[in-house]
Design a protein around this ligand. Structure first.
Ligand SMILES: Nc1ncnc2c1ncn2[C@@H]1O[C@H](COP(=O)(O)OP(=O)(O)O)[C@@H](O)[C@H]1O
Ligand SMILES: [Mg+2]
Length: 359
């Protein structure tokens, strides 16, 4: 039995520009056929990572291994990769067909092969009749599809996408997310999607690598990084998070009673592995996991400040006594709130996550 090498392996790849390290040594193994999202705020090093993989940048340390071969010193056109850039980078003086055929021409493909392949690619992105058009005659969404067709024409082993939908308006972007995902599934191609859009990363990928300051903070299945964030940064970057601090008071079976700050607030149960009595902890609870009810012992007393209808759910903004930071609760139906606005907040023990890195 042969064990296939991972399609991509980054071994301690790092990069500095002008003495500033923009990518700390990064280790990453990809799985054949997966869509991996590189998610992080602007400037965190996503594009640099992609350019190192593609060969447009040379790493200061480490190596880029593609399908078991060390490609660190290999020029971009010898790596067998396809790339879609943020601004598409289509050739404006060429037709759609010539753009799609570009990589094939560079490889010296025959005219018959080029024709066949261009047709197949245009059919895949549903722009069959556009072969002779100029790039300037295409809409943003169509240009995006042509850039994708061009990147896939040479049958790359990995597809690299740098904010491919960033220039499209919301509706079109959501449609293209499904289309892109569908094409990726049909081809079974290994794919890296760079994005700063949390929703896009969560809906499109098999795994998400959350980056900050040139570092991957956490890698995992979308539900895993969303529901079990390890740091405050990851919990807040992936959506709204309610952050609490408290002190561990007692163990009860597989859960722990934690006295939430400020003193006397409440002592809810938190499911967690080993904690120490007296330990200070920071925890995160998603707005949809907080439960609104009447004030009672064991519930956190809070005051409702605002209720906003957001279409798919209701968002409650609440405050704790003497706390600046608001809390957010999302509910499917509108809950009854007493005239004085005072409610009790509870959660299931496994809905709160103890953060390993409070920062
Ligand atoms: N060629 C370059 N020369 C100098 N600085 C660069 C260069 N490319 C990127 N940087 C810097 O590296 C950091 C990471 O950039 P980048 O990888 O483009 O971030 P992202 O794609 O996550 O927004 C930024 O601070 C950026 O200014
Ligand atoms: Mg970028």
């Amino acid at each position: 039995m042969t064990v296939l090498a991972p399609p991509l392996r980054l071994v301690d790849v790092s990069k500095s520009f002008g003495g500033v390290q923009v990518l700390k040594p990064l280790r990453l193994d990809m799985v054949q056929g997966e869509m991996l999202a590189l998610l992080g705020p602007s400037g965190c090093g996503k594009t640099t990572t992609l350019r190192l993989i593609a060969g447009f940048e040379v790493p200061d340390t480490g190596s880029v291994v593609i399908n078991g071969r060390d490609m660190t010193a290999m020029p971009p056109n010898k790596r067998g990769l396809g790339m879609v850039f943020q601004n598409y980078s289509l050739f404006p003086h060429m037709t759609v067909g010539e753009n799609v055929a570009f990589g094939l021409r560079m490889r010296g493909a025959s005219a018959a092969e080029k024709t066949k392949r261009v047709r197949a690619m245009l059919q895949m992105v549903r722009l069959e009749s556009f072969e002779d058009r100029r790039i300037s005659q295409l809409s943003g969404g169509q240009q995006q599809r042509i850039a994708l067709a061009r990147a896939l024409a040479t049958e790359p082993s990995i597809l690299l996408l740098d904010e491919p939908l960033g220039a499209l308006d919301k509706n079109l972007r959501e449609r293209m997310q499904f289309e892109l995902r569908d094409i990726q599934h049909r081809l079974g191609i290994t794919c890296i999607l760079v994005t700063h859009d949390q929703e896009e990363a969560l809906t499109m990928s098999d795994r998400v690598a959350v980056m900050a300051h040139g570092e991957v903070k956490q890698v995992g299945h979308p539900t895993d990084v969303y529901e079990r964030p390890r740091s405050r940064f990851v919990s807040e970057f992936l959506g709204t998070a309610n952050i609490f601090t408290g002190t561990v008071k007692a163990q009860e079976g597989a859960a722990w009673r934690v006295a939430i700050d400020p003193r006397g607030c409440a002592e809810p149960l938190i499911a967690a592995e080993t904690l120490q009595l007296g330990q200070r902890v920071t925890l995160a609870v998603r707005p949809e996991k907080l439960v609104l009810g009447p004030p009672k012992a064991d519930a956190i007393t809070a005051r409702v400040r605002d209720i906003v209808f957001r279409g798919a759910y209701f968002a409650y903004e609440l405050t704790l006594p003497n706390q600046e930071q608001p809390l957010f609760v999302y509910t499917q139906k509108r809950e009854a709130v007493p005239d004085d606005g005072i409610v009790g907040l509870t959660w299931a023990p496994d809905s709160a996550v103890i953060l390993e890195e409070p920062a």
